[in-house]
Design a protein around this ligand. Structure first.
Ligand SMILES: Nc1nc(=O)c2c([nH]1)NC[C@@H]1CN(c3ccc(C(=O)N[C@@H](CCC(=O)O)C(=O)O)cc3)CN21
Ligand SMILES: CC(C)C(=O)C(=O)O
Ligand SMILES: [Mg+2]
Length: 307
């Protein structure tokens, strides 16, 4: 019996479909049930499985999610990891960047996603200002993400600068995902949202950062907007998986902001591919609703109660 892509023991090849129903672990989505065999308890993705997937050459998938309605769909579709990203700031809260996002804004989103995730590993971003000053500050923020948010892991931006933070969290039982390359929380220092790690000095520095994070205990590293040759070097060097966004196809997995993936934005970075047109579908449904109210065809008798 086949299992969802990326799960331990899955026979699905790395070249198989990136998405699709998680056969054998599908929660009810109303689709036809082919076999009478009882669905086995959905297997959870755990941090140990990330390294297993890399060893087996099974590509990993991660999508952002900020609420229960979308997280339920992504989880049932078989995505391996759900990232409650600080990209909630620019995508859901109307900010221009991720920088204004606070712990108090992010925690309810983490809680909503964690409540409905049956299979996916839930990773929570630590927002700008919540962890940089010290390992102790990072610990306090990460503990809130696990205790109040129900997250399985946290993600921090930075390399050698935060290796001690990663070591403390890992020792305290909190899995950490690293994030190198374009780290949007540092855009004021990086000079905007530009490709990072170009040139041999910058490439060597990023590789040293990646090694430091892995040695400190990171379970995976997001590589954002770097040349594919550098992503390949980092991926070859590390035993833990690299998860790319704008980092080419050599990474062990991919992550996208869900609104880019589904066609819910006016503009997306060049590295994002739009796999659907949910924004257009939503606009169509909204227009149909408005028209039906205006012309009196909604509500109909089936939506109406009698005395
Ligand atoms: N919807 C969305 N998608 C993302 O990928 C994303 C977010 N939001 N918010 C948080 C960060 C910010 N990201 C960004 C935002 C903008 C560019 C950007 O301006 N890219 C341009 C210029 C590239 C260059 O300077 O070479 C591009 O054309 O892609 C890239 C990454 C990635 N993350
Ligand atoms: C773009 C991804 C990696 C992220 O950090 C976010 O969505 O906040
Ligand atoms: Mg982020």
């Amino acid at each position: 019996m086949s299992t969802a892509p990326g799960v331990p023991g899955s026979p699905t090849p790395a070249t198989g479909p990136a998405t699709g129903p998680a056969a054998g672990s599908s929660p009810t989505t109303g689709g036809a049930v082919a076999a009478a065999a009882p669905a086995p308890a959905p297997r959870r993705v755990r941090v140990q499985h990330l390294r297993d997937a890399k060893e087996a050459g099974r590509r990993l998938t991660m999508l952002t999610a900020y609420d229960a309605a979308t997280a339920r769909i992504f989880d049932a579709s078989g995505v391996d990891m759900l990232l409650v990203g600080d990209s909630m700031g620019d995508n859901m809260l109307g900010h221009a960047t991720t920088i204004p996002v606070t712990m108090d804004e992010l925690i309810p989103a983490v809680r909503a996603v964690s409540r409905v995730a049956r299979r996916a590993l839930v990773v929570a971003d630590l927002p700008f200002g919540s962890y940089e000053a010290s390992p102790q500050q990072a610990h306090a923020a990460a503990v809130r993400m696990l205790k109040e948010g129900g997250a399985n892991a946290v993600k921090l931006e930075g390399g050698r600068r935060i290796a001690a933070h990663v070591e403390l969290l890992t020792g305290a039982g909190i899995p950490v995902v690293g994030h190198l390359g374009l780290t949007p929380q540092a855009e004021n220092i990086l000079g905007g949202k530009r490709v990072q790690g170009r040139g041999s000095d910058a490439a060597d520095a990023l590789l040293a950062d990646a090694v430091a994070l892995a040695e400190a205990g990171a379970v995976a590293i997001v590589l954002e907007m770097i040349p594919e040759q550098l992503a390949q070097r980092v991926t070859d060097r590390l035993a833990i998986p690299t998860i790319g966004i704008g980092a080419g196809g050599a990474c062990d997995g991919q992550v996208l902001v869900w609104l880019d993936m589904a066609g819910m934005t006016d503009w997306s970075p060049r590295f994002a591919r739009q796999f659907g047109d949910v924004g257009a579908a939503l606009a169509q449904a909204t227009g149909a609703y408005i028209s039906a109210v205006h012309d009196g065809t909604f509500p109909g008798p089936e939506h109406t109660y009698q005395s």
